[in-house]
Write a protein that binds this ligand. Sequence first.
Ligand SMILES: [Zn+2]
Length: 239
Amino acid sequence: MNEEIKQLTELQVIDLEIALLDAEISSEEKELAKREKAFNERRESITELKEKIEAAEAQRREIEAELADEMARIKERQSKMMQVQTNREYQSLLKEIEDAKKNIKDKEEEIVSLMETSEANSKIMAEQENLISDENKILDEENAKIKKHAASIQRKIKKIATTRNKMAKEIKASVLRKYDMLRVRRNNKAVVGVVNGVCQGCFMSIPPQHFNNILKGDMMLDCPTCQRILFHDPESSEE
Ligand SMILES: [Zn+2]
């Protein structure tokens, strides 16, 4: 195998290891973010319930004040009745009293309905608050655990990166540039084997003449389809 390709395949082993460790950290962080989002949504729904309950309470107080007014009106009409002269006046006051009584009945029903809704909302809110306090504790613990784990992985990465940089220094700059560019564009696989004439990066066939040149192994050659750096992989070939 071409010496440069050999260096690159060794470097790639290390880069893949680093990429896997990076992925481990980000997958844990992503999972935690998802849970934090659910937690925040629950907290928001509690705030919404609280606002609903407060609004219902304010409405109830308003209706109670109106109720008191209606009661006062009835009392006032009743005392007026003592002094009426005509039947017409009497009938008119009687109707006003009946209307006020009906209003009172409606308002009382409104109050009951408001209280029932608030009671149901309070129950849901209490349940949610219970859940959130447990979740908050778990999230804090998870957060600390993940941070600790991430820090230990970062230390590992740092150690591996030192070796990587040492190895990279041995590689010709132009070759390393090409490798790094391919690594970014081709999902961390810049150097791949050719098995039975097929590129193991994109799984396209290599033209026979090109393949023959790869078989010689003295030059660094690319896959014509995915541009990855190719090497002949006789161990996997069935030739
Ligand atoms: Zn290819």
